[in-house]
Write a protein that binds this ligand. Structure first.
Ligand SMILES: Nc1ncnc2c1ncn2[C@@H]1O[C@H](COP(=O)(O)OP(=O)(O)O)[C@@H](O)[C@H]1O
Ligand SMILES: [Mg+2]
Length: 220
């Protein structure tokens, strides 16, 4: 089963969408569109496919996430009120605490789509790389076991060629999508599918725009 990304032009590059129950990394430097991608995945999931969403934010406030989404006409407040979405802000200190919060929170169990924006905060706060791997792995595994399709956002530092801050999460995920600046006047950003397990995917660099309805891939 495939889960539509909600991003126009992307599904047909990846056999129809993300694999159901997969964990997918959206990686990129600041301002490349990771949070917009995430909100679009969640919003369009509810609106077009009737799939409930959970948006976990560790960095931005809930208010900012909703404000940014509203710019594209995505009314996350309304989705929450009708019971189709839960936006959770969690302090990125402790993954165990996060899992506790998540299992206590109403509306979470029904979610088919989950966003964690971003995982880099956990990487930053944890001193011990072994502990980071162990906790992140068990959190992601739990979501997978529940059949949820997960987007994990990783912030890449400006001068880095890595896909995440400490290079920890990319080994745990089923797919990696890299968002980048192209530095070309008309076409500022691009998307590249770096890996997607069990999928015959495009490996081209696809320019995209952030338009009035969010991210849209351009024809190449
Ligand atoms: N309404 C909009 N129309 C076009 N571009 C936008 C709009 N809102 C934000 N952007 C662009 O998107 C960027 C923020 O995208 P975001 O998804 O928050 O990035 P990040 O990768 O840091 O999460 C802004 O810096 C701006 O360039
Ligand atoms: Mg962001």
């Amino acid at each position: 089963m495939r889960v539509s990304t909600g991003i126009p032009g992307l599904d047909n590059l990846i056999e129809g969408g993300f694999e159901e129950g997969s964990v997918n990394l959206i990686s990129g430097k600041t301002g490349t569109g990771k949070s917009i991608f995430s909100a679009q995945f969640i919003h369009n999931g509810v609106k077009e496919f009737n799939e409930k969403g959970l948006y976990i934010t560790t960095g931005d406030t809930i208010k900012n996430i909703k404000k940014q989404a509203a710019k594209f006409g995505w009314d996350l407040d309304a989705l929450e009120k009708e019971g189709n979405l839960k936006v959770l802000h969690v302090e990125p200190y402790d993954v165990e605490k996060l899992m506790e919060n998540i299992s206590l929170s109403k509306g979470v169990n029904e979610a088919k789509r989950v966003v964690i924006d971003s995982i880099s905060m956990f990487e930053l706060y944890m001193q011990n790389p072994y502990k980071i791997r162990k906790s992140l792995f068990s959190m992601l595994q739990k979501f997978k076991d529940l059949g949820k399709t997960v987007l994990v956002v990783a912030e890449v530092q400006e001068d880095s060629k890595n896909l995440s801050r400490f290079g920890v999460v990319e080994f745990m995920v089923d797919s990696v999508i890299l968002l980048q600046y192209l530095g070309i006047a008309k076409c500022k950003r691009s998307l590249n599918i770096r890996k997607m397990r069990m999928t015959n995917h495009s490996s081209d660099i696809h320019p995209f725009e952030i338009g009035p309805k969010g991210i849209e891939l351009l024809e190449i």
